[in-house]
Design a protein around this ligand. Structure first.
Ligand SMILES: [Zn+2]
Length: 579
């Protein structure tokens, strides 16, 4: 609708008769869809997050795209081509929560996927919450087969958004419309769903153990009937005995002749080359393999479509909100790398998933009544082995186990009388010191932190190590790195020393499983993400001005006339608001 108005307004060559015809046409359109005409407010907001979709990837792999998916966003939407996060720890919960809240981890508090909880004296998973429990018994994380080490840090099966300290856009929508907006978050990853649903919405995620979409008692006392019905049809089992096959002929791909690479990871027999067989449903890694492939996104799509229909989203004048986070791109990137045939085909498959979703929304709600925004929680690095093939030699995995720490420990022992006992834990991106030992010895914590940071900086591959006590002072020089670490600093959750490796250097050890690549750095390949808006009559635009993903939540707020989330620091994007 707005497209028509927009093009009419701009066309100054219209003569009187054309104008009359146009008015007559408009009147007829208005009569057909009075709701869309009377108000430009969308009936539905769909916020899509593609986990680990680096900003260049949709354009880079444009040759495998079809119609109606990414092409719809690229050709008919507002496409920001230079969007970067400005916080240091580019991990999943950090980015998702930044998208949801429009602010940095220093404010929203989700500083890492895992942090050391000083009260409980242990590492804790970002959204775990022992006040609640999973609604499905036996759907908790299976510690024996879980390949995501962050999930294994959780001690309870309860999940909630309680650790998110500022409001989300979805929360503000709930407040603005007095609870009449329907708000949902869906993802394979629990953190991808819980973060986006906010405190007021409902979240569903995939249990690899049960092969079902589940939720916790924070959201429901029992499953809505449609969820139980969807799960009862066992959609994951439809992949039993099947395989992830190439969508196109190999010659169509940039990496069509480079499928087998020794730096790719073979997880539980999933293999390094196409076709990647899922095995049968009784294989203990069957559902894990689904998540390492486009199948995870396809299941998410099917569940989201069912939700959209059964919960009747977008069917009245009060705007509803559906957040969908597609996780496969992240897992495929970790296992095969951003420059792999698998990543290239995964994007082609994701493109079909998006096209299916957009067609479904158009049919049920109308794209003219739906505002879509797509972004990502972080980018991706290149695999060192791949960079070596191109003559880029400095890239390497940082090997914590093979590291010779003798000199560092000796230096600390000389200064403080103790060495290794000073270290409590390391979990990306923080090193945690043993406060009891330091206090018992009567040592100055700040001095110890600073000394350990100085020793860390001596290791090859370490670019920056800064203590939290130094971050609390004004003594640090104002550099881009310091700023990005400060934006990640939360007094109650951040560890004692923030560690940054050189570009193309990272730890890729998932507790014994060496994966191809790991994001999480402040470098540009990890901060770079797409930001695309479309639908609800937005005119197409390509914007090269630098923006940030923190701008999305305040832009959605402004678009709907809703107050911004409590900690929002992003700016309202004028290209989305201008008509
Ligand atoms: Zn992620």
């Amino acid at each position: 609708m707005k497209n028509i108005l927009y093009s009419l307004k701009r066309n100054s060559t219209l003569n009187a008769r054309d104008s009359l015809n146009a008015i007559a046409f408009l009147v007829s359109v208005l009569a057909i869809s009075p709701a869309a005409a009377q108000d430009q407010q969308p009936r539905l907001i769909v916020q899509i997050t593609v986990d680990a979709l680096r900003g260049d990837l949709p354009q880079r792999f444009a040759h495998v795209l079809g119609e109606g998916g990414f092409r719809y966003l690229l050709d008919e939407g507002v496409n920001y081509t230079d969007a970067h996060y400005q916080h240091a720890n580019t991990e999943t919960i950090v980015g998702h929560t930044s998208l949801a809240t429009g602010t940095v981890p220093a404010a929203h508090g989700m500083v890492a996927n895992v942090w050391f909880d000083r009260e409980q004296d242990r590492l804790a998973y970002n959204i775990e919450d022992s006040d609640y429990h999973l609604l499905t018994e036996g759907a908790e994380v299976d510690r024996k087969t879980e390949i995501d080490p962050t999930q294994r840090a959780a001690r309870s099966d309860g999940r909630s958004p309680a650790n998110i300290l500022t409001s989300t856009f979805s929360d503000e929508l709930a407040v603005h419309f007095g609870g009449r907006s329907k708000i949902f978050g869906v993802s394979v990853k629990d953190r991808g769903a819980v973060s986006m649903a906010g405190h007021a919405g409902k979240a569903f995620w995939f249990s690899k153990k049960s092969g079902e979409f589940v939720t916790s008692s924070y959201y429901y006392e029992q499953y809505p009937a449609w969820v139980a019905e969807w799960n009862a049809t066992k959609p994951a089992e439809a992949y039993s005995g099947k395989a992830w096959e190439l969508t196109h002929e190999p010659s169509k791909y940039l990496f069509g002749a480079a499928d087998d690479r020794d730096y790719e990871t073979d997880v539980a027999g999933f293999g390094r080359t196409f076709p990647h067989a899922y095995g049968t449903a009784d294989d203990k890694y069957f559902t894990t393999k689904l998540t390492l492939s486009p199948a995870g996104d396809e299941l998410t799509l099917d569940f989201a479509k069912t939700l959209l229909e059964k919960e009747q989203l977008g069917q009245d004048d009060v705007p509803d909100y559906l957040a969908i986070s597609f996780s496969s791109t992240d897992y495929v990137g970790h296992v095969f790398g951003a420059s792999s045939l698998e990543s290239e085909d995964n994007l082609a498959r994701l493109d079909r998933t998006l096209a299916d979703l957009f067609a479904y929304i158009d049919n049920k709600v109308g794209l003219a009544n739906t505002l879509i925004v797509l972004s990502s929680d972080h980018g991706q690095p290149e695999v060192p082995g791949h960079l070596h093939e191109l003559g880029i030699r400095d890239a390497h995995f940082f090997d914590t186990k093979g590291l010779d720490k003798t000199a560092a420990i000796a230096a600390l022992k000389k200064q403080f009388g103790i060495g290794e006992e000073l270290i409590e834990a390391y979990f990306h991106p923080y090193l945690y010191l043993n406060h009891q030992v330091i206090d018992a010895k009567g040592l100055d914590r700040a001095a110890v932190e600073q000394a350990v940071a100085a020793e860390l900086l001596k290791f090859d591959g370490v670019a920056y190590a800064v203590s939290s006590s130094a971050l609390r002072t004004d003594a640090l020089s104002d550099t881009l790195m310091t700023r990005s670490v400060l934006r990640n600093f939360h007094a109650k959750r951040s560890g004692d020393i923030y560690l940054v490796f050189e570009p193309n250097v990272f730890i890729s050890d998932f507790d014994g499983l060496t994966v191809s690549s790991t994001h999480g750095s402040p470098w540009r390949y990890d901060t770079y993400v797409p930001v695309m808006f479309a639908g609800n009559g937005l005119p197409a635009a390509r914007v090269v001005r630098a923006v940030t993903p923190y701008d999305i939540a305040p832009t959605l707020s402004a678009y709907l006339g809703v107050k911004p989330p409590s900690g929002a620091v992003g700016a309202v994007l004028p290209e989305v608001l201008k008509n």
